[in-house]
Ligand binder design. Sequence first.
Ligand code: ZN
Length: 632
Amino acid sequence: MTRNLATALLLLVLPVHALPRERTEIPEKYRWDLSAIFPSDDAWEAARADLAKRVPSLESHRGKLGESAAALRAALDAIYGAQRELERLTVYATSRSDEDLRAGRPREMKAAAERLAVDLEAATSWFRPELLALPEAKVRGLLGQDPGLAQYRFPIDDVLRWKPYTRSAGEEKILAQAGNLTAAGYSVDSVLANADLPYPEVKLSTGETVRMDPAAFTLHRASRVVADRDAAFSAFFGALKGFERTFGATLDQQTKAHVFTQQARGFGSTLESALFRDAIPPTVYKQLVADVRRSLPTFHRYLALRKRMLGVQKLRYQDLYVPMVEKVDLRFEPEQARAITLAAVAPLGKEYVDGLRAGMDSRWTDFLPSQGKRSGAYSTGVYGVHPIQLLNFNGLYDDLSTLAHEAGHSMHTWLAMRSQPFPTYDYPIFVAEVASTLNENLLLHHMLAQTRDDPTRLFLLGSYLDGLRGTLFRQTQFAEFELAIHEKAEKGEPLTGETLSDLYLKIVREYYGHDQGVTEVPDLVAIEWAYITHFYYDFYVYQYATSLVASSSIARAMRDDAKAGKTAARDRYLAMLRAGGSRFPIDLLREAGVDMTTSKPFDAAMAEMNATMDEMERILARQGKAAPAKAR
Ligand SMILES: [Zn+2]
Protein backbone atom coordinates (compact mmCIF):
# COMPACT_ATOMS: atom_id res chain seq x y z
CA MET A 1 0.00 0.00 0.00
CA THR A 2 1.70 3.12 -1.10
CA ARG A 3 1.03 6.53 0.33
CA ASN A 4 -1.46 8.79 -1.33
CA LEU A 5 -0.34 10.94 -4.24
CA ALA A 6 -0.27 14.25 -2.45
CA THR A 7 1.97 13.16 0.39
CA ALA A 8 4.13 11.03 -1.88
CA LEU A 9 4.89 14.17 -3.88
CA LEU A 10 5.90 16.01 -0.73
CA LEU A 11 8.52 13.35 -0.11
CA LEU A 12 10.21 14.09 -3.40
CA VAL A 13 11.03 17.68 -2.48
CA LEU A 14 12.72 16.82 0.82
CA PRO A 15 16.19 18.23 1.11
CA VAL A 16 18.90 15.70 1.72
CA HIS A 17 20.33 16.36 5.18
CA ALA A 18 23.14 13.91 5.34
CA LEU A 19 24.36 11.17 3.09
CA PRO A 20 22.67 7.94 4.11
CA ARG A 21 24.82 5.60 6.10
CA GLU A 22 25.60 1.97 5.44
CA ARG A 23 22.93 -0.32 6.84
CA THR A 24 25.39 -1.86 9.31
CA GLU A 25 25.89 1.57 10.92
CA ILE A 26 22.16 1.96 11.70
CA PRO A 27 21.33 1.08 15.32
CA GLU A 28 19.51 -2.24 15.51
CA LYS A 29 16.35 -0.76 17.04
CA TYR A 30 15.80 1.25 13.80
CA ARG A 31 16.12 -1.80 11.55
CA TRP A 32 13.17 -4.12 11.07
CA ASP A 33 13.27 -7.61 12.53
CA LEU A 34 12.16 -10.17 9.95
CA SER A 35 13.04 -13.22 12.08
CA ALA A 36 9.42 -13.94 13.03
CA ILE A 37 8.67 -14.36 9.30
CA PHE A 38 11.71 -16.55 8.58
CA PRO A 39 14.67 -17.09 10.91
CA SER A 40 17.10 -17.06 7.94
CA ASP A 41 17.39 -16.88 4.16
CA ASP A 42 18.04 -20.62 4.16
CA ALA A 43 14.78 -21.29 6.01
CA TRP A 44 13.07 -19.12 3.39
CA GLU A 45 14.61 -21.18 0.59
CA ALA A 46 13.44 -24.45 2.16
CA ALA A 47 9.88 -23.08 2.43
CA ARG A 48 9.98 -21.83 -1.15
CA ALA A 49 11.07 -25.23 -2.48
CA ASP A 50 8.32 -26.85 -0.43
CA LEU A 51 5.58 -24.58 -1.81
CA ALA A 52 6.90 -24.93 -5.37
CA LYS A 53 6.45 -28.70 -4.98
CA ARG A 54 2.88 -28.29 -3.63
CA VAL A 55 1.63 -25.89 -6.31
CA PRO A 56 1.14 -28.39 -9.19
CA SER A 57 -0.95 -30.64 -6.90
CA LEU A 58 -3.60 -27.89 -6.66
CA GLU A 59 -4.76 -29.02 -10.10
CA SER A 60 -5.93 -32.28 -8.50
CA HIS A 61 -8.99 -30.47 -7.05
CA ARG A 62 -10.13 -29.46 -10.50
CA GLY A 63 -13.56 -30.75 -11.55
CA LYS A 64 -14.49 -31.73 -7.96
CA LEU A 65 -15.81 -28.49 -6.41
CA GLY A 66 -19.46 -29.51 -6.75
CA GLU A 67 -18.97 -33.08 -5.52
CA SER A 68 -19.44 -32.46 -1.80
CA ALA A 69 -18.91 -29.93 0.97
CA ALA A 70 -15.77 -31.83 1.95
CA ALA A 71 -14.36 -31.62 -1.60
CA LEU A 72 -15.11 -27.89 -1.80
CA ARG A 73 -13.45 -27.31 1.54
CA ALA A 74 -10.39 -29.39 0.64
CA ALA A 75 -9.91 -27.28 -2.51
CA LEU A 76 -10.36 -23.97 -0.68
CA ASP A 77 -8.09 -24.99 2.20
CA ALA A 78 -5.39 -26.01 -0.28
CA ILE A 79 -5.65 -22.86 -2.41
CA TYR A 80 -5.85 -20.36 0.47
CA GLY A 81 -3.14 -22.28 2.35
CA ALA A 82 -0.83 -21.85 -0.65
CA GLN A 83 -1.72 -18.16 -0.94
CA ARG A 84 -0.97 -17.61 2.72
CA GLU A 85 2.44 -19.26 2.37
CA LEU A 86 3.10 -17.23 -0.79
CA GLU A 87 2.39 -14.02 1.16
CA ARG A 88 4.95 -15.04 3.80
CA LEU A 89 7.57 -15.83 1.13
CA THR A 90 6.90 -12.68 -0.90
CA VAL A 91 6.92 -10.21 1.98
CA TYR A 92 10.15 -11.64 3.39
CA ALA A 93 11.93 -11.65 -0.01
CA THR A 94 10.70 -8.16 -0.92
CA SER A 95 11.71 -6.77 2.48
CA ARG A 96 15.17 -8.33 2.28
CA SER A 97 15.57 -6.91 -1.22
CA ASP A 98 14.37 -3.44 -0.19
CA GLU A 99 17.01 -3.29 2.57
CA ASP A 100 19.64 -2.95 -0.14
CA LEU A 101 18.56 -2.98 -3.78
CA ARG A 102 22.18 -3.58 -4.84
CA ALA A 103 22.43 -6.96 -3.09
CA GLY A 104 22.25 -9.94 -5.43
CA ARG A 105 20.79 -12.79 -3.39
CA PRO A 106 17.73 -10.93 -2.02
CA ARG A 107 16.98 -9.74 -5.56
CA GLU A 108 17.05 -13.35 -6.76
CA MET A 109 14.80 -14.37 -3.86
CA LYS A 110 12.31 -11.69 -4.84
CA ALA A 111 12.32 -12.83 -8.47
CA ALA A 112 11.82 -16.45 -7.35
CA ALA A 113 8.82 -15.41 -5.23
CA GLU A 114 7.37 -13.59 -8.24
CA ARG A 115 7.77 -16.71 -10.41
CA LEU A 116 6.05 -18.75 -7.74
CA ALA A 117 3.13 -16.29 -7.74
CA VAL A 118 2.72 -16.72 -11.49
CA ASP A 119 2.80 -20.52 -11.12
CA LEU A 120 0.22 -20.42 -8.33
CA GLU A 121 -2.03 -18.21 -10.42
CA ALA A 122 -1.77 -20.62 -13.35
CA ALA A 123 -2.38 -23.70 -11.18
CA THR A 124 -5.58 -22.21 -9.73
CA SER A 125 -6.98 -20.33 -12.75
CA TRP A 126 -9.63 -23.05 -13.20
CA PHE A 127 -11.19 -22.28 -9.81
CA ARG A 128 -13.30 -19.21 -10.63
CA PRO A 129 -14.79 -20.49 -13.90
CA GLU A 130 -15.61 -23.84 -12.29
CA LEU A 131 -17.32 -22.20 -9.32
CA LEU A 132 -19.26 -19.85 -11.61
CA ALA A 133 -20.39 -22.77 -13.78
CA LEU A 134 -22.03 -24.53 -10.78
CA PRO A 135 -25.68 -23.71 -10.01
CA GLU A 136 -25.69 -21.00 -7.33
CA ALA A 137 -28.22 -22.88 -5.16
CA LYS A 138 -25.92 -25.87 -5.13
CA VAL A 139 -22.90 -23.81 -3.96
CA ARG A 140 -24.99 -22.19 -1.21
CA GLY A 141 -26.24 -25.62 -0.16
CA LEU A 142 -22.68 -26.92 0.18
CA LEU A 143 -21.62 -23.83 2.16
CA GLY A 144 -24.36 -24.55 4.71
CA GLN A 145 -23.22 -28.13 5.27
CA ASP A 146 -19.78 -27.56 6.77
CA PRO A 147 -18.92 -24.94 9.46
CA GLY A 148 -15.33 -25.07 8.16
CA LEU A 149 -16.58 -23.33 5.01
CA ALA A 150 -17.87 -20.29 6.93
CA GLN A 151 -14.59 -18.36 6.47
CA TYR A 152 -14.96 -18.72 2.70
CA ARG A 153 -18.55 -17.47 2.50
CA PHE A 154 -17.70 -13.85 1.64
CA PRO A 155 -14.93 -14.63 -0.90
CA ILE A 156 -17.30 -17.09 -2.60
CA ASP A 157 -20.15 -14.54 -2.64
CA ASP A 158 -17.66 -12.15 -4.20
CA VAL A 159 -17.07 -14.64 -7.04
CA LEU A 160 -20.73 -15.60 -7.46
CA ARG A 161 -21.92 -12.02 -7.99
CA TRP A 162 -20.01 -12.06 -11.31
CA LYS A 163 -22.37 -14.71 -12.68
CA PRO A 164 -24.52 -12.31 -14.76
CA TYR A 165 -21.33 -10.87 -16.32
CA THR A 166 -19.69 -14.21 -17.09
CA ARG A 167 -19.81 -15.56 -20.63
CA SER A 168 -19.70 -19.07 -22.07
CA ALA A 169 -16.47 -21.06 -21.72
CA GLY A 170 -15.49 -20.34 -25.34
CA GLU A 171 -16.20 -16.62 -25.02
CA GLU A 172 -14.31 -16.42 -21.73
CA LYS A 173 -11.29 -17.97 -23.45
CA ILE A 174 -11.37 -15.30 -26.16
CA LEU A 175 -11.81 -12.57 -23.53
CA ALA A 176 -8.78 -13.86 -21.62
CA GLN A 177 -6.71 -13.85 -24.81
CA ALA A 178 -7.93 -10.35 -25.70
CA GLY A 179 -6.76 -9.26 -22.25
CA ASN A 180 -3.20 -9.35 -23.60
CA LEU A 181 -4.12 -6.66 -26.12
CA THR A 182 -6.02 -4.28 -23.87
CA ALA A 183 -2.90 -2.81 -22.25
CA ALA A 184 -1.40 -1.59 -25.53
CA GLY A 185 -2.27 2.09 -24.91
CA TYR A 186 -0.62 2.03 -21.50
CA SER A 187 2.52 0.25 -22.78
CA VAL A 188 3.08 2.76 -25.57
CA ASP A 189 2.41 5.68 -23.22
CA SER A 190 4.99 4.35 -20.72
CA VAL A 191 7.70 3.96 -23.33
CA LEU A 192 7.03 7.39 -24.79
CA ALA A 193 6.75 9.25 -21.46
CA ASN A 194 9.59 7.46 -19.66
CA ALA A 195 12.12 6.72 -22.40
CA ASP A 196 11.61 8.16 -25.87
CA LEU A 197 10.25 11.65 -25.32
CA PRO A 198 13.04 14.22 -25.79
CA TYR A 199 12.60 16.32 -22.64
CA PRO A 200 14.30 19.69 -22.99
CA GLU A 201 17.16 21.04 -20.88
CA VAL A 202 16.42 24.05 -18.72
CA LYS A 203 18.85 26.45 -17.07
CA LEU A 204 17.74 27.30 -13.53
CA SER A 205 18.39 30.50 -11.55
CA THR A 206 21.20 28.68 -9.74
CA GLY A 207 23.03 28.27 -13.05
CA GLU A 208 22.39 24.52 -12.96
CA THR A 209 21.08 22.89 -16.15
CA VAL A 210 18.50 20.12 -15.69
CA ARG A 211 16.70 17.81 -18.10
CA MET A 212 13.02 18.59 -17.48
CA ASP A 213 11.67 15.04 -17.32
CA PRO A 214 8.67 14.04 -15.12
CA ALA A 215 10.83 13.68 -11.98
CA ALA A 216 12.53 17.06 -12.47
CA PHE A 217 9.18 18.69 -13.24
CA THR A 218 7.68 17.38 -9.99
CA LEU A 219 10.60 18.88 -8.10
CA HIS A 220 10.93 22.26 -9.83
CA ARG A 221 7.25 23.15 -10.22
CA ALA A 222 7.37 23.61 -6.42
CA SER A 223 10.31 26.04 -6.55
CA ARG A 224 10.15 29.21 -4.44
CA VAL A 225 11.77 31.02 -7.38
CA VAL A 226 9.02 32.18 -9.75
CA ALA A 227 11.28 32.07 -12.83
CA ASP A 228 12.30 28.47 -12.08
CA ARG A 229 8.79 27.13 -11.67
CA ASP A 230 7.70 29.01 -14.80
CA ALA A 231 10.62 27.52 -16.74
CA ALA A 232 9.77 24.02 -15.50
CA PHE A 233 6.15 24.53 -16.48
CA SER A 234 6.69 25.78 -20.03
CA ALA A 235 9.51 23.35 -20.83
CA PHE A 236 7.73 20.26 -19.54
CA PHE A 237 4.24 20.95 -20.85
CA GLY A 238 5.75 22.28 -24.08
CA ALA A 239 7.50 18.94 -24.60
CA LEU A 240 4.27 17.01 -23.97
CA LYS A 241 2.40 19.31 -26.33
CA GLY A 242 4.72 18.27 -29.16
CA PHE A 243 3.37 14.73 -28.81
CA GLU A 244 -0.28 15.61 -28.23
CA ARG A 245 -1.46 13.46 -31.16
CA THR A 246 0.49 10.40 -30.02
CA PHE A 247 -0.63 10.71 -26.39
CA GLY A 248 -4.17 11.15 -27.70
CA ALA A 249 -3.90 7.91 -29.66
CA THR A 250 -2.61 5.96 -26.63
CA LEU A 251 -5.34 7.22 -24.29
CA ASP A 252 -7.97 6.66 -26.99
CA GLN A 253 -6.74 3.07 -27.33
CA GLN A 254 -6.90 2.48 -23.57
CA THR A 255 -10.38 3.97 -23.27
CA LYS A 256 -11.60 1.78 -26.15
CA ALA A 257 -10.20 -1.25 -24.31
CA HIS A 258 -12.31 -0.31 -21.26
CA VAL A 259 -15.38 -0.01 -23.51
CA PHE A 260 -14.59 -3.41 -25.06
CA THR A 261 -14.52 -5.14 -21.65
CA GLN A 262 -17.69 -3.35 -20.55
CA GLN A 263 -19.63 -4.35 -23.67
CA ALA A 264 -18.30 -7.91 -23.79
CA ARG A 265 -19.40 -8.49 -20.18
CA GLY A 266 -22.68 -6.63 -20.54
CA PHE A 267 -22.21 -3.79 -18.06
CA GLY A 268 -24.35 -0.67 -18.54
CA SER A 269 -21.32 1.64 -18.66
CA THR A 270 -17.53 1.63 -18.26
CA LEU A 271 -17.99 3.28 -14.85
CA GLU A 272 -20.33 0.51 -13.71
CA SER A 273 -17.91 -2.09 -15.06
CA ALA A 274 -14.89 -0.66 -13.22
CA LEU A 275 -16.66 -0.01 -9.90
CA PHE A 276 -18.20 -3.49 -9.87
CA ARG A 277 -14.82 -4.93 -8.80
CA ASP A 278 -15.25 -3.43 -5.31
CA ALA A 279 -19.06 -3.30 -5.47
CA ILE A 280 -19.06 0.51 -5.29
CA PRO A 281 -22.33 2.03 -6.57
CA PRO A 282 -21.65 4.39 -9.54
CA THR A 283 -23.72 7.03 -7.70
CA VAL A 284 -20.88 7.35 -5.15
CA TYR A 285 -18.55 8.43 -7.96
CA LYS A 286 -20.98 10.84 -9.58
CA GLN A 287 -21.94 12.29 -6.24
CA LEU A 288 -18.29 13.01 -5.38
CA VAL A 289 -17.98 14.99 -8.62
CA ALA A 290 -21.24 16.86 -7.91
CA ASP A 291 -20.19 17.55 -4.29
CA VAL A 292 -16.85 18.99 -5.39
CA ARG A 293 -18.53 21.06 -8.09
CA ARG A 294 -20.92 22.67 -5.63
CA SER A 295 -18.01 23.29 -3.23
CA LEU A 296 -15.90 25.22 -5.74
CA PRO A 297 -16.55 28.47 -3.81
CA THR A 298 -14.75 26.87 -0.82
CA PHE A 299 -11.93 25.85 -3.15
CA HIS A 300 -11.74 29.39 -4.53
CA ARG A 301 -11.54 30.70 -0.97
CA TYR A 302 -8.46 28.49 -0.54
CA LEU A 303 -6.96 29.79 -3.80
CA ALA A 304 -7.48 33.39 -2.66
CA LEU A 305 -5.78 32.58 0.64
CA ARG A 306 -2.89 30.93 -1.25
CA LYS A 307 -2.53 34.09 -3.35
CA ARG A 308 -2.42 36.18 -0.19
CA MET A 309 0.13 33.91 1.52
CA LEU A 310 2.40 33.86 -1.53
CA GLY A 311 2.11 37.62 -1.84
CA VAL A 312 1.51 37.54 -5.59
CA GLN A 313 -0.67 40.06 -7.41
CA LYS A 314 -2.23 37.41 -9.59
CA LEU A 315 -2.43 33.69 -8.87
CA ARG A 316 -1.50 31.51 -11.83
CA TYR A 317 -1.65 27.76 -12.39
CA GLN A 318 2.18 27.82 -12.18
CA ASP A 319 1.92 28.99 -8.55
CA LEU A 320 0.05 25.96 -7.17
CA TYR A 321 2.89 23.67 -6.11
CA VAL A 322 5.07 25.94 -4.07
CA PRO A 323 3.97 25.29 -0.44
CA MET A 324 1.52 28.05 0.54
CA VAL A 325 3.38 28.60 3.81
CA GLU A 326 7.16 28.66 3.87
CA LYS A 327 8.51 25.65 5.75
CA VAL A 328 9.33 26.29 9.39
CA ASP A 329 12.29 24.51 10.83
CA LEU A 330 10.51 21.66 12.60
CA ARG A 331 12.90 18.80 13.34
CA PHE A 332 12.22 15.54 15.13
CA GLU A 333 14.51 12.86 16.47
CA PRO A 334 13.27 9.32 15.77
CA GLU A 335 12.35 8.79 19.45
CA GLN A 336 10.43 12.08 19.50
CA ALA A 337 8.59 11.12 16.33
CA ARG A 338 7.52 7.82 17.87
CA ALA A 339 6.35 9.48 21.07
CA ILE A 340 4.40 12.14 19.16
CA THR A 341 2.74 9.52 16.94
CA LEU A 342 1.69 7.48 19.97
CA ALA A 343 0.30 10.58 21.66
CA ALA A 344 -1.48 11.67 18.48
CA VAL A 345 -3.36 8.38 18.10
CA ALA A 346 -4.42 8.35 21.77
CA PRO A 347 -8.04 9.18 20.74
CA LEU A 348 -8.15 5.69 19.20
CA GLY A 349 -7.93 4.08 22.62
CA LYS A 350 -5.63 1.93 24.70
CA GLU A 351 -5.65 -1.23 22.58
CA TYR A 352 -4.60 0.75 19.50
CA VAL A 353 -1.88 2.70 21.30
CA ASP A 354 -0.52 -0.36 23.12
CA GLY A 355 -0.53 -2.38 19.88
CA LEU A 356 1.36 0.32 18.03
CA ARG A 357 3.87 0.77 20.85
CA ALA A 358 4.48 -2.98 20.97
CA GLY A 359 4.99 -2.91 17.19
CA MET A 360 7.56 -0.12 17.53
CA ASP A 361 9.35 -1.94 20.33
CA SER A 362 9.42 -5.25 18.47
CA ARG A 363 10.80 -3.62 15.29
CA TRP A 364 8.02 -3.85 12.71
CA THR A 365 9.60 -0.82 11.05
CA ASP A 366 12.74 -0.12 9.06
CA PHE A 367 13.06 3.47 10.14
CA LEU A 368 16.07 5.29 8.69
CA PRO A 369 17.51 5.75 5.20
CA SER A 370 20.66 3.81 4.36
CA GLN A 371 22.82 3.16 1.29
CA GLY A 372 20.97 1.22 -1.39
CA LYS A 373 17.68 1.09 0.53
CA ARG A 374 14.37 1.48 -1.35
CA SER A 375 13.15 5.07 -1.24
CA GLY A 376 9.69 6.20 -0.10
CA ALA A 377 7.49 4.47 2.45
CA TYR A 378 5.03 1.59 2.61
CA SER A 379 3.27 -0.81 4.93
CA THR A 380 2.51 -4.46 4.30
CA GLY A 381 2.20 -7.53 6.52
CA VAL A 382 2.31 -11.28 6.96
CA TYR A 383 -0.86 -12.92 8.22
CA GLY A 384 -0.43 -14.48 11.63
CA VAL A 385 2.95 -12.77 12.11
CA HIS A 386 2.86 -8.95 12.09
CA PRO A 387 2.79 -5.85 9.86
CA ILE A 388 5.97 -4.66 8.17
CA GLN A 389 6.73 -1.00 7.53
CA LEU A 390 9.43 0.76 5.50
CA LEU A 391 10.26 4.43 6.09
CA ASN A 392 13.08 6.79 5.16
CA PHE A 393 12.81 9.07 8.17
CA ASN A 394 14.78 12.31 7.77
CA GLY A 395 13.43 14.24 10.75
CA LEU A 396 11.07 16.69 9.01
CA TYR A 397 7.35 17.18 9.65
CA ASP A 398 6.57 15.34 6.39
CA ASP A 399 8.49 12.35 7.76
CA LEU A 400 6.53 12.47 10.99
CA SER A 401 3.33 12.62 8.98
CA THR A 402 4.49 9.65 6.89
CA LEU A 403 5.15 7.69 10.09
CA ALA A 404 1.59 8.37 11.29
CA HIS A 405 0.22 7.49 7.82
CA GLU A 406 2.02 4.15 7.55
CA ALA A 407 1.25 3.36 11.19
CA GLY A 408 -2.42 3.69 10.18
CA HIS A 409 -2.00 1.00 7.53
CA SER A 410 0.02 -1.22 9.86
CA MET A 411 -2.52 -1.05 12.68
CA HIS A 412 -5.34 -1.75 10.21
CA THR A 413 -3.44 -4.88 9.14
CA TRP A 414 -2.70 -5.85 12.75
CA LEU A 415 -6.30 -5.45 13.97
CA ALA A 416 -7.70 -7.24 10.92
CA MET A 417 -5.33 -10.19 11.20
CA ARG A 418 -6.22 -10.65 14.88
CA SER A 419 -9.95 -10.69 14.15
CA GLN A 420 -10.30 -12.28 10.73
CA PRO A 421 -9.38 -15.63 9.22
CA PHE A 422 -6.83 -15.38 6.39
CA PRO A 423 -9.37 -15.34 3.51
CA THR A 424 -11.02 -12.10 4.74
CA TYR A 425 -8.24 -10.18 6.49
CA ASP A 426 -6.86 -8.17 3.55
CA TYR A 427 -8.78 -4.96 2.95
CA PRO A 428 -9.55 -3.17 -0.34
CA ILE A 429 -7.88 0.12 -1.34
CA PHE A 430 -11.16 2.02 -0.96
CA VAL A 431 -10.91 1.63 2.85
CA ALA A 432 -7.10 1.32 3.15
CA GLU A 433 -6.38 5.01 2.73
CA VAL A 434 -9.05 5.89 5.29
CA ALA A 435 -6.98 4.29 8.06
CA SER A 436 -3.81 6.10 6.99
CA THR A 437 -5.26 9.56 6.37
CA LEU A 438 -7.24 9.41 9.61
CA ASN A 439 -3.91 9.16 11.47
CA GLU A 440 -2.55 12.13 9.52
CA ASN A 441 -5.61 14.07 10.62
CA LEU A 442 -5.12 13.03 14.28
CA LEU A 443 -1.46 14.07 14.06
CA LEU A 444 -2.34 17.50 12.68
CA HIS A 445 -4.82 18.16 15.48
CA HIS A 446 -2.38 16.89 18.10
CA MET A 447 0.34 19.19 16.76
CA LEU A 448 -2.02 22.16 16.66
CA ALA A 449 -3.06 21.51 20.25
CA GLN A 450 0.63 21.51 21.29
CA THR A 451 1.75 24.50 19.23
CA ARG A 452 1.38 28.09 20.36
CA ASP A 453 3.58 29.98 17.92
CA ASP A 454 1.81 31.41 14.91
CA PRO A 455 4.34 30.64 12.12
CA THR A 456 4.30 26.94 13.02
CA ARG A 457 0.51 26.88 13.24
CA LEU A 458 0.29 28.56 9.83
CA PHE A 459 2.68 26.00 8.39
CA LEU A 460 0.68 23.05 9.77
CA LEU A 461 -2.66 24.46 8.63
CA GLY A 462 -1.24 25.40 5.21
CA SER A 463 0.16 21.91 4.59
CA TYR A 464 -3.23 20.46 5.44
CA LEU A 465 -4.95 22.74 2.92
CA ASP A 466 -2.37 22.00 0.21
CA GLY A 467 -3.04 18.31 0.84
CA LEU A 468 -6.77 18.85 0.33
CA ARG A 469 -6.08 20.62 -2.94
CA GLY A 470 -3.92 17.77 -4.23
CA THR A 471 -6.05 14.92 -2.94
CA LEU A 472 -9.64 16.07 -2.84
CA PHE A 473 -9.97 18.68 -5.59
CA ARG A 474 -7.30 17.64 -8.07
CA GLN A 475 -8.16 13.92 -7.98
CA THR A 476 -11.86 14.67 -8.39
CA GLN A 477 -11.06 16.98 -11.30
CA PHE A 478 -9.24 13.98 -12.84
CA ALA A 479 -12.22 11.75 -12.03
CA GLU A 480 -14.56 14.13 -13.84
CA PHE A 481 -12.32 14.20 -16.93
CA GLU A 482 -12.02 10.42 -16.89
CA LEU A 483 -15.78 9.98 -16.74
CA ALA A 484 -16.31 12.47 -19.58
CA ILE A 485 -13.85 10.76 -21.94
CA HIS A 486 -15.31 7.32 -21.23
CA GLU A 487 -18.83 8.60 -21.89
CA LYS A 488 -17.65 9.97 -25.23
CA ALA A 489 -16.00 6.65 -26.10
CA GLU A 490 -19.13 4.71 -25.16
CA LYS A 491 -21.07 6.83 -27.67
CA GLY A 492 -18.46 6.03 -30.31
CA GLU A 493 -17.14 9.61 -30.42
CA PRO A 494 -13.44 9.70 -31.39
CA LEU A 495 -10.90 10.91 -28.83
CA THR A 496 -7.96 12.76 -30.34
CA GLY A 497 -5.17 14.66 -28.63
CA GLU A 498 -6.92 17.86 -29.55
CA THR A 499 -10.38 16.92 -28.24
CA LEU A 500 -8.81 15.60 -25.01
CA SER A 501 -6.91 18.87 -24.52
CA ASP A 502 -10.02 21.00 -25.19
CA LEU A 503 -12.05 19.03 -22.69
CA TYR A 504 -9.27 19.01 -20.08
CA LEU A 505 -8.68 22.76 -20.28
CA LYS A 506 -12.41 23.48 -19.98
CA ILE A 507 -12.68 21.41 -16.77
CA VAL A 508 -9.49 22.86 -15.19
CA ARG A 509 -10.58 26.43 -15.95
CA GLU A 510 -13.95 25.80 -14.31
CA TYR A 511 -12.34 24.26 -11.22
CA TYR A 512 -9.77 27.05 -10.82
CA GLY A 513 -12.16 29.90 -11.59
CA HIS A 514 -10.22 31.13 -14.61
CA ASP A 515 -13.12 33.19 -15.96
CA GLN A 516 -13.85 34.70 -12.52
CA GLY A 517 -10.21 35.79 -12.18
CA VAL A 518 -9.46 33.39 -9.29
CA THR A 519 -6.56 31.60 -11.00
CA GLU A 520 -5.12 32.23 -14.42
CA VAL A 521 -4.94 28.93 -16.29
CA PRO A 522 -2.74 29.33 -19.41
CA ASP A 523 -3.61 27.49 -22.64
CA LEU A 524 -0.61 25.17 -22.21
CA VAL A 525 -2.30 23.53 -19.17
CA ALA A 526 -4.57 21.82 -21.72
CA ILE A 527 -1.90 19.13 -22.24
CA GLU A 528 -1.54 18.20 -18.54
CA TRP A 529 -3.73 15.08 -19.03
CA ALA A 530 -0.86 13.53 -21.03
CA TYR A 531 1.24 13.44 -17.83
CA ILE A 532 -1.34 11.64 -15.64
CA THR A 533 -0.60 7.92 -15.90
CA HIS A 534 -3.54 7.11 -13.66
CA PHE A 535 -5.93 7.63 -16.58
CA TYR A 536 -4.78 4.24 -17.85
CA TYR A 537 -6.24 2.57 -14.75
CA ASP A 538 -9.95 2.94 -15.23
CA PHE A 539 -11.71 4.92 -12.52
CA TYR A 540 -9.05 4.61 -9.84
CA VAL A 541 -8.10 8.12 -8.68
CA TYR A 542 -11.47 9.03 -7.16
CA GLN A 543 -10.63 6.72 -4.25
CA TYR A 544 -7.94 9.12 -3.05
CA ALA A 545 -10.67 11.73 -2.67
CA THR A 546 -13.31 9.47 -1.11
CA SER A 547 -10.80 8.09 1.43
CA LEU A 548 -9.94 11.58 2.59
CA VAL A 549 -13.60 12.54 2.80
CA ALA A 550 -14.33 9.44 4.89
CA SER A 551 -11.40 9.92 7.26
CA SER A 552 -12.14 13.64 7.78
CA SER A 553 -15.71 12.76 8.60
CA ILE A 554 -14.71 10.02 11.09
CA ALA A 555 -12.09 12.27 12.75
CA ARG A 556 -14.66 15.03 13.18
CA ALA A 557 -17.19 12.64 14.67
CA MET A 558 -14.54 11.40 17.11
CA ARG A 559 -13.74 14.96 18.20
CA ASP A 560 -17.42 15.75 18.69
CA ASP A 561 -17.77 12.55 20.71
CA ALA A 562 -14.75 13.42 22.85
CA LYS A 563 -16.34 16.75 23.83
CA ALA A 564 -19.46 14.87 24.93
CA GLY A 565 -17.43 12.18 26.78
CA LYS A 566 -18.53 9.47 24.32
CA THR A 567 -16.58 6.87 22.32
CA ALA A 568 -19.22 5.63 19.85
CA ALA A 569 -17.54 7.01 16.70
CA ARG A 570 -14.17 5.54 17.70
CA ASP A 571 -15.65 2.14 18.53
CA ARG A 572 -17.44 1.97 15.18
CA TYR A 573 -14.22 2.92 13.39
CA LEU A 574 -12.14 0.28 15.22
CA ALA A 575 -14.79 -2.32 14.36
CA MET A 576 -14.31 -1.37 10.71
CA LEU A 577 -10.53 -1.89 10.98
CA ARG A 578 -11.06 -5.28 12.61
CA ALA A 579 -13.48 -6.29 9.85
CA GLY A 580 -10.57 -6.24 7.33
CA GLY A 581 -11.95 -7.34 3.97
CA SER A 582 -14.88 -9.37 5.28
CA ARG A 583 -17.49 -7.10 3.69
CA PHE A 584 -17.74 -4.72 0.74
CA PRO A 585 -16.09 -1.31 1.26
CA ILE A 586 -19.32 0.70 1.20
CA ASP A 587 -20.80 -1.57 3.89
CA LEU A 588 -17.63 -1.38 5.99
CA LEU A 589 -17.68 2.41 5.92
CA ARG A 590 -21.39 2.58 6.65
CA GLU A 591 -20.78 0.50 9.78
CA ALA A 592 -18.03 2.97 10.70
CA GLY A 593 -20.67 5.70 10.59
CA VAL A 594 -19.84 7.06 7.14
CA ASP A 595 -22.50 6.68 4.48
CA MET A 596 -20.64 7.33 1.24
CA THR A 597 -23.89 7.20 -0.74
CA THR A 598 -24.84 10.57 0.83
CA SER A 599 -23.18 14.01 0.84
CA LYS A 600 -22.91 14.10 4.63
CA PRO A 601 -19.26 12.95 4.90
CA PHE A 602 -18.26 15.38 2.17
CA ASP A 603 -19.94 18.27 3.97
CA ALA A 604 -18.02 17.34 7.13
CA ALA A 605 -14.75 17.54 5.19
CA MET A 606 -15.70 20.96 3.80
CA ALA A 607 -16.60 22.18 7.30
CA GLU A 608 -13.10 21.15 8.42
CA MET A 609 -11.54 22.91 5.43
CA ASN A 610 -13.43 26.13 6.19
CA ALA A 611 -12.53 25.93 9.88
CA THR A 612 -8.86 25.61 8.89
CA MET A 613 -9.09 28.71 6.71
CA ASP A 614 -10.91 30.64 9.48
CA GLU A 615 -8.03 29.81 11.81
CA MET A 616 -5.39 30.89 9.28
CA GLU A 617 -7.19 34.16 8.67
CA ARG A 618 -7.39 34.82 12.42
CA ILE A 619 -3.61 34.34 12.66
CA LEU A 620 -2.98 36.60 9.67
CA ALA A 621 -5.20 39.27 11.20
CA ARG A 622 -3.25 39.01 14.47
CA GLN A 623 -0.03 39.38 12.52
CA GLY A 624 -1.45 42.54 10.96
CA LYS A 625 -1.52 41.02 7.49
CA ALA A 626 -5.11 42.01 6.83
CA ALA A 627 -4.26 43.28 3.37
CA PRO A 628 -2.41 41.18 0.80
CA ALA A 629 1.35 41.60 1.03
CA LYS A 630 3.10 43.32 -1.85
CA ALA A 631 4.13 41.31 -4.86
CA ARG A 632 7.59 39.80 -4.99
ZN1 ZN B 1 -1.24 4.89 2.20
